[in-house]
Design a protein around this ligand. Sequence first.
Ligand code: G6P
Length: 614
Amino acid sequence: MCGIVGYLGNKDAYAVLIKGLHRLEYRGYDSAGVAMLSAKGELNVYKSKGKVADLESFARSKDISGTIGIAHTRWATHGEPNEVNAHPHYSPSGNLALIHNGIIENYSVIRAELESRGYEFRSSTDTEVIVYLIEYIMKSNRTDLCTAVQLALRQVVGAYAIAVISRDNPDRIIAARKSSPLVVGIGEDEFFLASDATPIIEYTDKVVYLNDGEIAVISRGEDLKVVNLDNVEITPEIKKLAMNISQLEKGGYPHFMLKEIFEQPRTILNCIRGRINVEGTNVALSGVIDNREKFLNARRIVIVACGTSWHAALIGEHLIEDFCRIPVEVEYASEFRYRNPVIYPDDIVIAISQSGETADTLAAVELAKSEGAFIYGICNAVGSSIPRTTDSGSYIHVGPEIGVASTKAFTGQVTVLSMLALTIAHQRGNISEEKFIQLVRELQAIPDKIKEVLKRSEEVKELSRIFTYAHNFIYLGRGYNYPAALEGALKLKEISYIHAEGYPAAEMKHGPIALIDAEMPVVVIATSDSIYEKTISNIQEIKARQGRVIAIVTEGDKAVRGIADYCIEVPQVAEPFTPIVASIPLQLLAYYIAVNKGRDVDRPRNLAKSVTVE
Ligand code: G6P
């Protein structure tokens, strides 16, 4: 979703800004723009519908000079994606340029008021009212830019990360955040600003994550100053980035998604490193151990998440109830936050989010916190908003995920949930020592098992050719693999735009069975588990109606192979961990079908990686 980049220093700002926008492309967007202050004192704003490359073509013959500037990728909310609605927006006089990520909920009220004072707006966006309001305040109150920003933001209801520059002060950027992420990078005599650390990493590892209600005053030749809306100065906490630049490159793969699928043996290893001991006799998540009493006394665990993270949460429900015998509820964060849920102070609320910035998940966390629950975060992006607001948590440590369709983050989330369930069960004594060690060792072996699955990628590629032109798919699974079926269907629809539905296999006969005919591919996860025989019956039901079955089976399987049209084998693993290995061929199938269809795999239409608006 919208991406913000800013630069102030000695370099050519345009080059830094454009590179930064490219780094943020993975977030999803539909138009882009830049604003630079030239040495001649001009404020040059260039905007374009489409990709950053379109913006570059547009700006090619223009004045792109200057060492200070701001840039933006917009994911349309208010007003269609076009040049007028793209950011930066400038003030009526043309003195100020502003970029914004988030939604201003009371923009129509502010807009109407400014219109009544004679202002005419150029765009249909909620953003433009902020820059108009700032200029109006500067003029009517005779204040400087920072004070005007503070006063304007007091009137604004909603979420924002903004950056603004002024023709009258070519050595300053003012940036502010509330509920939308913003990071300031501190280099040698230069500053960077971005929605996340990816555009900053190649220049400096020193960053400050702004908190809600904070304003960064970035000035040439001065230290970074942070103030709040009441102008009280706050000492910024400078953090060191752990990411490196190679993590942001494709490393020889045609797409980030494929690279990320193939990274999974290593990312899961990174995820369990230091948590499972080398002998495979213990697993300890420090966030759980440090809050042992909370977990021992938890009445209930509620997991909130969106999208793929919600599918991981469903697997977490199985794991925790199975191993720990604590009741678990899984909620869409967007529903939870608005449905007046019952939350007890002895509840543990787990928020799962790859980006750590999903607006609905963040709001669900705030709600649960206000009701006194203990909040645990499972996130990937270090330093993002959710880990900074939760009481405790675990990072999944899978490295930056750039492909919009989540792959390695999903398996990392399920791995952390597996370790969490095992740690709690061990602490509570819900599991025998023997069973505990057996499961820990099984989990430890998962990276090698994934390597085995990945060796079959060519097989999946071949299979993908047969189904590239299908219009619909059904994905079925039972027990632990029902959420894996949902996730498989989501992957396919996200990147190939083929309609796909995930169902619990036995539910098929209550509706979806009506759709089955010789045209309908049905992907069934039919690994050898406790409900294998039942799943076979479901496959029979599909075959009896001429459906075409692609089955994910355990190595050496005979029964399903005898009835399914196509089988993809995965190694034998303990039942609770089957979703991790079964998901790999489903990721590959979605990937290859999307490639066959010529889709923009890493940046599928309409989707955003980091959904910072509700
Ligand atoms: C978007 C992404 C999905 C992701 C979901 C939740 O829809 O495209 O891949 O699963 O947001 O994101 P989160 O960062 O909270 O896991």
